[in-house]
Design a protein around this ligand. Structure first.
Ligand code: 9MR
Length: 386
């Protein structure tokens, strides 16, 4: 059984000294970046007085003082490099950057022996230049495992296949990536009592692949925070309950065996079709149980999936904002919460589809496709400052 609740605050994430630099980064550039950042901050701080509706998250935090939970977004390098308006919004708004694609195994090593690392290098250089923290995503994920690696694992379960990837990517971004999703989406309703997904990793190495991955990541990134990350923890139904139970049992077992897991990433993919089954008490209880194990919590992939689009846009935005507040207000009340990352900043680049017969974009991210703040943005910032 799990220990009795008593919510603990885990140590804050360190912003570590730069142990090593990926290509193209120099200390001169770093100090220029420092200046740029100060200029940008000054600019951002000047905004609210002139344009109250456009105050950025960072500007408001600076003015209002006091701590707020860190705000992250996932983005793609291409978006940052080719879309100056979007890039400026990212610089203005976010504290932590997560590469949506660029550090995934299948992206880096689509073919065995290939090494497509330039986009991840570019994003990490961007992060250094603008003083952003980075979250690495994701070392082990069945969906981003290249086909060649999955089939090799199944025919010849040799841990060195996985080890080579972890070793290639983790030390390269030491000093800028402060935390990693080490194992992503390990749970599924596969009929196993432990709730684990039957993936190539499980088939080849058994449940022990999780311990091995965390231990390897820790040996290569001694000060980075290491996360287990998954979806499906939000709702008050039997499916979510099974996933919550599986996660708590796994975390408990990992902690018991001193496996270096620092926290749980709770993907906040909210679905407006299911919000009727969201209960704040249930979610709060789960967060408390995670925190009681000494685990940090990240809301790691927050966005809201719309279904009803034949209503005025104000109503759509209000529904999205209400769903955001319902989840994030609870999360923000848990002292173990260290950050909230949206899976995208602007609807312009949302991965979320609308029903096929509907034209337009899903409106489930903080900024609209013209980079204007929406009610969701305000609900999010309010929660982060709770
Ligand atoms: O948003 C990502 C999409 O652009 C990619 O095609 C896809 C496969 O790499 O991954 C998406 O991000 C997923 C994340 O990595 C893990 N949790 C679910 C996210 C949405 O599918």
């Amino acid at each position: 059984m799990l220990p009795a609740p008593s919510c603990q605050k885990p140590p804050p994430h360190p912003i570590r000294p730069q142990a090593s630099r990926p290509r193209g980064s120099t200390s001169g550039r770093a100090s220029r970046a420092g200046m740029k950042r100060r200029q940008l901050l000054r600019h951002a701080i000047a905004l609210p007085a002139a344009l109250p509706g456009l105050a950025s998250s960072r500007a408001l935090a600076a003015i209002q003082g006091g701590p707020r939970v860190a705000f992250g977004i996932a983005a793609q390098t291409r978006q940052l490099l080719t879309d100056p308006g979007f890039r400026d919004a990212v610089v203005r708004e976010c504290d932590i950057l997560t590469p949506e694609l660029e550090m995934k195994w299948g992206f880096v090593e689509e073919n065995q022996g290939s090494a497509n690392l330039a986009p991840a290098d570019q994003m990490s250089n961007f992060a250094r230049r603008f003083g952003k923290r980075m979250h690495g995503h994701a070392l082990i994920w069945h969906k981003s495992t290249p086909d060649w690696a999955a089939s090799q694992m199944m025919t010849n379960p040799d841990w060195r296949i996985i080890d080579a990837f972890i070793q290639r990517i983790v030390p390269r971004y030491a000093g800028v990536v402060e935390s990693w999703d080490v194992v992503n989406e390990p749970f599924a309703d596969n009929g196993r009592p432990d709730g684990l997904r039957v993936s190539p990793f499980l088939t080849a190495f058994g449940p022990d692949y999780i311990r091995r991955a965390f231990e390897r990541a820790r040996s290569l990134a001694p000060t980075a925070k290491l996360y287990l990350n998954d979806y499906g923890f939000l709702y008050d139904d039997s499916e979510s309950e099974a996933r919550r139970t599986a996660a708590l049992r796994l975390l408990e077992a990992l902690k018991k065996h001193s496996v270096p897991v620092d926290g749980l990433g709770i993907q906040g993919h909210v679905d407006l079709e299911r919000t009727g089954t969201f209960r704040q008490e249930t979610f709060a209880r789960f967060l408390k149980s995670v925190a009681d194990m000494g685990c940090a919590i990240r809301i790691s992939e927050f966005d809201v999936r719309e279904h009803e689009t034949a209503i005025p846009v104000e109503q759509r935005d209000a529904l999205v904002a209400d769903a955001t507040a319902a989840v994030l207000d609870v999360a923000a009340d848990c002292p173990a919460l260290v950050s909230v990352t949206c899976w995208g900043l602007s609807d312009r680049y949302s991965w979320l589809p609308l029903p096929s017969e509907t034209a337009g974009l899903n409106r489930g991210l903080p900024l609209d496709s013209d980079l204007r703040q929406k009610p969701m943005y305000r609900a999010l910032m309010k929660a982060l400052r709770r």
